[in-house]
Design a protein around this ligand. Structure first.
Ligand SMILES: [Zn+2]
Length: 450
């Protein structure tokens, strides 16, 4: 343990001499941008000086054969290094605390003649111009707002950032999130009691209609106070610009769920039936009212009436959950509602409701209900799905920009990893953002101290 002390001096004007509060605050904000990086640079140079003394002996009195806490990158020996002076140009690192510039000290290996900077070696910074934590923080911002905005927000807090840097942070981070969409990877989730399959269209690639982003989410638990329960979700599968069948391999590696939730699209239902022939299928309660609205639009139903019907269906599903209706009671209510649509002669909407009937209340079947009791009510993650899809679409739709397929995959990977607290994301966060364990204090010299 050693102590590093920094001194800060500032030329403050006198109070009353045109000194405004805004000027003082501006000074403090300017320090926020420079101080952390300056402190880090000074501490690094201190540590480096002490290391060189320890390994090479005092400056004017070199000592041979001293042991070192590092090995020569040329030959691997761990002793007998000679001072080789400091590099003239400071080395710049972009860090989450700002831009750090340090004068690196070199040593030479007496065994093989290799000259290198031990500080880089010991801190695992060789070849790095930007720290991984800065990458993580930029990528996390860029998962929530446009690259330009992410760059600007980070820059306003003194972090070296720009739209381009935010963009490359996402591209660099995505491949590090191992195990996303790869259930065989160590630490990857192995399944969930409820698996939700959903797809969304995204503006990427050269085709006018864009590409499909297909996602498999798992619901593993619920926690929190009764009225504000939050579902714990895991990301189980992800494909982009591929048909649903491409996800089969990812799903087959998982243990079969108690129930699989689908949005009604034929390809998704087929995939679920192929992969898990014995798992009951539940229609998504979030999608069904939306699909009903579209069907009524196709049927040219009057818009206010169609909107009212959509709301009625939403209310019906909520009531089923709230009043804990049985499977038979729920179906009876559903049939009464469906009759109000078919008597108006709305063909598409009638077909939709009839087609969904067998799967709308799967979660109320006594066997399924018992096995899912620990997850709370029968909403089955429709709220989760809604939140995830909203966030994905909100981010990918910004400014009507068109993505490259690779760029979009990187962004979605980071977004979903973050939203679902994927193990790969959590591990990366724990290693790059540990709690600070280095004590520091700010000593204030008292003016007129007695
Ligand atoms: Zn060597």
């Amino acid at each position: 343990m050693s102590i590093t002390t920094l001194a800060l001096t500032a030329e403050l004007p006198e109070l009353g001499e045109l000194l405004t509060w805004s000027q003082l605050e501006a000074w403090a904000v300017a320090m926020r941008e420079e101080l952390p990086a300056a402190a880090l640079a000074a501490a690094l140079e201190d540590l480096q000086d002490r290391l060189i003394d320890q390994v090479c002996g005092p400056k004017w009195l070199p000592v041979r054969d001293l042991p070192a806490p590092f090995g020569c990158p040329g030959c691997g020996v761990m002793s007998d290094f000679a001072r080789k002076g400091k590099r003239t140009r400071p080395r710049r690192f972009d860090t989450a605390a700002g831009i750090v510039r340090i004068q690196l000290a070199n040593v030479g290996c007496r065994a093989c003649g290799r000259v290198f900077a031990p500080l880089l070696l010991l801190l695992d910074l060789s070849g790095k111009r930007r720290t991984d934590r800065l990458m993580l923080e930029l990528a996390e911002l860029a998962a929530q707002m446009s690259f330009a905005r992410a760059g600007a927000v980070a820059a306003s807090f003194g972090v070296p950032a720009s739209a381009g840097r935010a963009h490359s942070a996402v591209a660099d981070l995505a491949p590090m999130l191992e195990g996303i969409g790869q259930p065989h990877a160590p630490g990857a989730p192995t399944g969930a009691d409820v698996v939700i399959l959903d797809g969304t269209g995204m503006r990427a690639g050269p085709r006018r209609l864009g590409v499909n982003g297909n996602i498999a989410l798992g619901l593993t638990g619920r926690s929190g106070p009764r009225r504000r329960r939050r579902a714990a979700t895991v990301l189980l599968g992800l494909t982009l610009a591929q048909p649903w069948s491409a996800m089969a391999e990812q799903l087959r590696a998982l243990r079969p769920p108690v129930v699989v939730v689908v949005d009604g699209e034929l390809a998704i239902t087929k995939l679920a039936e192929d992969v898990w022939p014995d798992v009951p299928i539940q229609r998504c309660w979030w999608h069904l009212p939306r699909a009903l609205r579209w069907a009524l639009y196709a049927d040219k139903a009057p818009s206010p009436w169609a909107n009212a019907k959509r709301t009625e269906l939403v209310d019906l599903l909520h009531r089923v959950a709230r009043e804990r209706l049985t499977h038979a009671q729920a179906l009876a209510a559903y049939d009464t509602f469906a009759a109000t649509i078919s008597t108006e002669g709305h063909h598409a909407a009638g077909e939709l409701l009839a087609g969904a009937r067998d799967q709308v209340f799967t979660c109320l079947r006594p066997d399924v209900r018992a096995r899912l009791a620990h997850l709370g009510g029968p909403e089955l993650g429709s709220g989760v799905l809604e939140r995830v899809m909203r966030e994905l679409n909100a981010r990918t739709d910004i400014g009507g920009s068109r993505w490259s397929v690779d760029g979009l995959r990187d962004l979605i990977t980071v977004q979903l990893a973050r939203m679902t607290h994927h193990p790969a994301w959590t591990t990366l966060n724990q290693s790059l953002r540990p709690p600070n364990a280095i004590n520091f204090k700010i000593a204030v010299a008292k003016f007129n101290a007695s």
